[in-house]
Design a protein around this ligand. Structure first.
Ligand code: SAM
Length: 264
C-alpha cells in the first residue's frame, strides 16, 4: 500500500491539478486569477453545489485541493478553513495562493486516510475529485466521519460509474479504435480522466457511494459534466458546453456529486 501512495503523491507533485490549463507561472497572482475564471465558467454548477452561504462562520475542511479554487471561496466565509492534501507540490501552490490573497488558510500535508484533526471538530468536509484517487477509500470516509461533528455535512464528488463515457465511449473505443485496443477499462479511465501516468482513479455508482457512506444519511445525488465530442466526434464542440451540461450531463455525466450528513 505504501508504494501506491508514494506513486500517487509523485504523480500529483509532478502536475498539481490545474497547472496544465493556464499558460502563466503557476505560483503567480495572475495564474490564480486566470485559473479561477476558467474553473468557475467551466464548472458552472460547482459553486451552487457547495452552497458557500451554508458554511458561513463554520469550521470547514477541504481534502484534495488542486489549485485551491474552492478553498479560497470557503476561506472567505468560514470561521476556520483547513486544507489537506497528500502532495507537497499542491501544498506549495496553495501556500502561494494564501500569500497572495491573505486567506488565513490552515494547510496540512497528509493523507485523507489519516486526518490530523480532532474527533467531532468540523461542521463541513468538502472533497471534490479526490476520494476516487485513494486506494483505501473506506479508511478516508471513516476519517471524514470521525472529524465531523454529529450532523456535520460532507459534500463531495467521485467519478460516475454510470456515465456515458464509462458505459459507451470507452467500450466502443476499446473495440474499434486502433490506439485503444488491448487496453483495459482501467487504463482508459486513467488516461481519459487524469492522464495515462495517473497511477490510480476509480469510478463509483450511487449504490457503492451509499455503501461506503453507510454511517451518513445521503441527502442528495446529482450527475454533472459532459464532453460533447464523445458523442459527436469532431463536431461536438460546435454545440455549446452548456447545452451538453444541461442535458446528457444531468443524466449520464462524468461526475457524481453528493451531500451526506454524519449520523453519530
Ligand atoms: C483531481 S485533483 C482535485 C482537485 C480539486 N478538488 C478540483 O476539483 O480541482 C485531486 C487532488 O487530490 C489529492 N490527493 C490524492 N490522494 C490523496 C490522499 N490520499 N489524501 C489527500 N489528498 C489526496 C491530489 O494531490 C490532488 O490535489
Amino acid at each position: 500500500m505504501a508504494k501506491i501512495y508514494s506513486q500517487i503523491k509523485s504523480f500529483w507533485d509532478s502536475q498539481p491539478c490545474g497547472t496544465a490549463h493556464i499558460n502563466l507561472p503557476p505560483h503567480s497572482e495572475e495564474y490564480f486569477i486566470e485559473f479561477d475564471k476558467f474553473f468557475e465558467s467551466f464548472y458552472p454548477y460547482y459553486l451552487p453545489f457547495l452552497n458557500l452561504e451554508s458554511m458561513r462562520d463554520k469550521r470547514v475542511l477541504e481534502i484534495g485541493l488542486g489549485s485551491g479554487f474552492s478553498l479560497h471561496r470557503i476561506a472567505e466565509v468560514a470561521a476556520a478553513c483547513y486544507g489537506l492534501d497528500l502532495s507537497g507540490g499542491t501544498m506549495a501552490l496553495n501556500q502561494a495562493r494564501d500569500r497572495h490573497f491573505k486567506l488565513g488558510l490552515n494547510l496540512v500535508q497528509a493523507s485523507a486516510t489519516n486526518i490530523p484533526l480532532a474527533d467531532n471538530s468540523l461542521d463541513f468536509v468538502v472533497s471534490v475529485g479526490c476520494l476516487h484517487h485513494i486506494p483505501d477509500i473506506q479508511k478516508a470516509v471513516d476519517e471524514i466521519h470521525r472529524v465531523l461533528k454529529p450532523n456535520g455535512i460532507f459534500k463531495g464528488m467521485v467519478y460516475n460509474r454510470h456515465s456515458y463515457r464509462y458505459h459507451v465511449y470507452i467500450p466502443v473505443a476499446r473495440r474499434f479504435s486502433a490506439g485503444w485496443k488491448g487496453k483495459t477499462s482501467q487504463d482508459c479511465v486513467n488516461q481519459m480522466y487524469d492522464g495515462s501516468d495517473n497511477p490510480y482513479g476509480m469510478v463509483y455508482s450511487r449504490r457503492q457511494v451509499a455503501a461506503m457512506f453507510r454511517r451518513f444519511e445521503i441527502t442528495s445525488f446529482q450527475t454533472q459534466n459532459f464532453v460533447g465530442e464523445e458523442v459527436l466526434p469532431r463536431y461536438g464542440y460546435r454545440i455549446p458546453r452548456n447545452v451538453w451540461l444541461k442535458t446528457l450531463g444531468k443524466i449520464v455525466g462524468l461526475d457524481l456529486y453528493f451531500s451526506a450528513r454524519a449520523r453519530k
